[in-house]
Design a protein around this ligand. Sequence first.
Ligand code: ACO
Length: 326
Amino acid sequence: MGRIKIIGTGSYVPEKILTNYDLEKMVDTSDEWIVTRTGIKERRIASPDEATSDMIIEASKKALENAGIKAQDIDLIIVATVTPDNLFPSTACWVQKALGLKDIPALDISAACPGFLYALILAESLILSKKNKRVLVAGAEMLSKITNWEDRSTCVLFGDGAGVAILEEGDDESGILSSYWAADGSLGDLLIQPAGGSRMPATYETVEKKLHTVHMKGNEVFKHAVKKMGEAALKALSKAGLTGEDIDIFIPHQANIRIIEATCERLKVPKEKVYINIHKYGNVSAATIPIALDELNREGKLKKGDVILMDSFGAGFTWSAVVMRW
Ligand code: ACO
């Protein structure tokens, strides 16, 4: 049995760019503070009539073309998002409809920033167990729609976008070598959208208090992210019998440049092997890694045989790492 490999990638980001200078006019912040503390210079913001599935559909078309297959060749859709079009039906079902697919399963998973890696791990298992053959995995977020634009501690961080990968079983050395995933629900309150679910349904009060937006204890999240991203990566690498020195390309979750630098130091991965696009997009949660993967793929920077490490941390808390050979 071959390894499970990515046969095509695609991504989409909205046209509208919101720069740090634009934010200076909205809240008490500065380009200097944002760049120094986070590495972010600008982010993409969706239009009011755009939804998460619209971005996934654009990214999916590119991924299908990149893979050289038709939508009809897909037999499962998994969407990782915390900003679905609706709580139900799933965003994956809207994507299925738009791609003109019938009688195949489609589901969303909620694992925040590591959602794309969680979805890759699920897709790999389902293909290996022969339940499915060719899976479309999306990581997509429209965080601008759940951002409190009056809260400078969060509104400077997030952006919108989508990335897609198509997976199938290969017949050579390429594919997923190892993975690790974990969660700690006892820390859920540190990064949360408090209202809108069954715990706190929408009321005038929840809207007035902006409880449908991201609430985060930033420095607590920061500390855990540094610790757990390092841990996830080392565990996944060790399962593959590798170390940080064997990595050709490191794609970390793009939440904060300081978290990325601390993780690289722990893994002993030199700067030139790390892919960084946080300055362009900010934190796009589940979409950061598949967008980065697609950019690398399209720029011809992924060479056959390259060892790629993907590593992420987010709300839940959840954390995950996947090692693959391109
Ligand atoms: N502009 C200017 N000053 C600001 C801003 C801003 N945008 N935001 C906060 N400050 C101020 C604070 O009020 C504070 O001021 P004080 O010292 O007078 O009280 C000071 O800056 C320092 O604030 P901290 O929160 O301690 O700053 P920190 O260095 O921790 O940086 C940040 C904040 C960028 C949020 C950082 O903690 C971080 O990146 N955390 C991790 C976020 C993350 O990884 N999220 C991951 C998952 S996201 C998801 O799952 C959807």
